[in-house]
Design a protein around this ligand. Structure first.
Ligand SMILES: [Zn+2]
Length: 483
């Protein structure tokens, strides 16, 4: 049974006019289970990896809480991962694997972890919102908007209540994502029900688009049902701060340095940001340029476009292509569209580019949002060539042969026997030692079948690779050597 004080507290969640802030008189344990979907970098846009998941929340009457997040591939609970977050006052620790040390999170990553944990104890968030010094008075429909103190991360958020039931319906944090534009992390509460005299949301959805580093984070979402709720006599031990923890490495603000311009061969240049790990290539024709790959964010794309223009002030960026849809190659696409480039792509990638072009960027408008045009898109299937008197570029969709994405373009320059590709050819250790896998083999077999006379290959990613270029002979030897 849950104590009466907790029932009071839970009731206050439901009734916005009442004054919240009552603390439960007893610690509680809640268990939610359901699915966790991760929109990782898979074979096609919006594919997800789905896991079964269980979230066990422990919260005391102060400001301590703990979330044990277990997840496993469907039907394989023996492969369960455990990820633990602990909160005590303003401090947040996370341990991503049993046996590893806790790491004390800071700044944005601490605030995001706190939000995830407190999504499951909404009365605590609600109480804080009501007592926040920075509340937005101009809220319609009983919504509540506030900004957390800077020591809690300084996020501006909003709570919406259901118009009929007056129950808590949604907590949202809107933000400008550097690649996705207007975005929101949010939690939706549904089907409040009484458990042991306490009202709790019996189902909820949590969507997390942001991460400590927005560019690296993959969108994830939880669909959860309440399994159990119980009062616990004492959680002192479970909620104790870790005896030892290490400090999160301070990533510092990622300040992109110069765009480094390298001529790979006459008429073929690399424009790369080492700090952000993103690169575009430019192929020079007599009257225009073709850009290949548009990395990571509108801001990075715009900087690359500016440097390309400086380097080639008289040549318009007529076309932009990308090897595959992952963010390292498409995240900055809007900048190239804004520069007037026509996108040339196979059907699936063209549809994805249309989606990119339509994303709203109202919170922090990028160039493309300002020019407000429709994108020019040309579709092709299989292969497409560009040629003038001095240059020829042949583009091939090697598709599933990439063992990476359903559509995958590689770029061949027959005059120099050079192939440009994104990320499937090889990987290089820091000492330069090469390794080859299924993707390398798919690429190699495609080149052989097409009888392309490739002599050397450039690989776009990672930018800091000690071996961005290898010879065709190295690729051949690598894929033929049994591992
Ligand atoms: Zn990729």
């Amino acid at each position: 049974m849950l104590p009466a004080a907790l029932c009071l507290l839970a009731t206050s969640v439901l009734c916005p006019p009442s004054v919240a802030g009552d603390s439960p008189q007893s610690p509680i344990r809640l268990v939610y289970s359901g699915t966790y979907r991760l929109e990782a970098h898979l074979a096609k846009p919006h594919d997800t990896l789905d896991f079964q998941t269980r979230l066990t929340l422990l919260a005391d009457t102060d400001n301590r809480a703990r979330l044990d997040w277990e997840s496993w591939p469907k039907g394989h609970e023996e492969q369960r991962d455990l990820d633990t977050t602990l909160i005590a006052g303003t401090r947040v620790w996370r341990r991503t694997e049993t046996g590893k040390p806790f790491v004390e999170a800071r700044d944005k990553s601490a605030a995001l972890l706190r939000a995830r944990v407190e999504n499951l104890i909404p009365w605590r968030t609600l109480a804080r919102a009501r007592s926040a010094p920075q509340r937005d008075p101009a809220q319609e429909g009983g919504a509540l908007a506030w900004t957390d103190s800077s020591e809690l991360g300084g996020f501006a958020r909003r709570i919406d209540f259901d118009a009929d039931t007056h129950r808590l319906a949604r907590i949202t944090r809107r933000f400008a994502h550097p690649r996705l534009g207007d975005a929101a992390d949010e939690v939706l509460y549904r089907a409040w029900e009484e458990r042991d005299g306490v009202l709790l949301p019996s189902s909820l959805t949590m969507r997390e688009l942001d991460g400590g580093n927005s560019l690296r984070a993959s969108p994830g979402s939880f669909e959860l049902r309440l399994e159990s709720a119980e009062a616990v006599a004492d959680l002192t031990h479970e909620l104790a701060p870790p005896a030892e923890s290490i400090s999160e490495a301070d990533p510092g603000p990622v300040v992109p340095g110069e765009i480094e311009v390298t001529e790979l061969e006459p008429g073929v240049l690399s424009f790369a940001s080492k700090e952000l790990d993103g690169r575009s290539y430019a192929v020079e024709f007599d009257d225009y340029l073709i850009a290949i790959d548009a990395p990571l964010s509108s801001a990075l794309g715009e900087r690359i476009v500016a440097v390309m223009r400086e380097r080639f002030p008289k040549k318009p960026l007529r076309y932009v292509l990308f090897g595959h849809f992952h963010p390292w190659y498409t995240g900055g696409l809007r900048a190239f569209l804004a520069a007037g480039a026509k996108l040339v792509a196979p059907a699936g990638c063209a549809a994805f580019a249309e989606e990119i072009a339509k994303r709203p960027f109202t919170l922090e408008p990028d160039e493309w949002a300002r020019v407000a045009r429709s994108p020019e898109i040309e579709r092709f299937s299989g292969t497409r060539a560009f040629e003038d008197a001095h240059q020829r570029l042949e583009v091939f969709d090697i598709g599933a042969r990439s063992a990476h994405t359903d559509e995958y373009l590689v770029f061949f320059l027959p005059h120099t026997h050079t192939l440009l590709e994104d990320d499937i050819g090889w990987s290089a250790a820091s000492d330069g030692k090469l390794s080859f896998g299924r993707r390398s083999r798919g690429l190699y077999e495609f080149l052989v079948e097409q009888k392309l006379e490739v002599r050397s290959l450039w690989q776009s990613w990672p930018v800091a690779s000690p071996r961005p270029r290898i010879s065709f002979a190295e690729l051949e030897r690598g894929v033929r050597t049994p591992r």
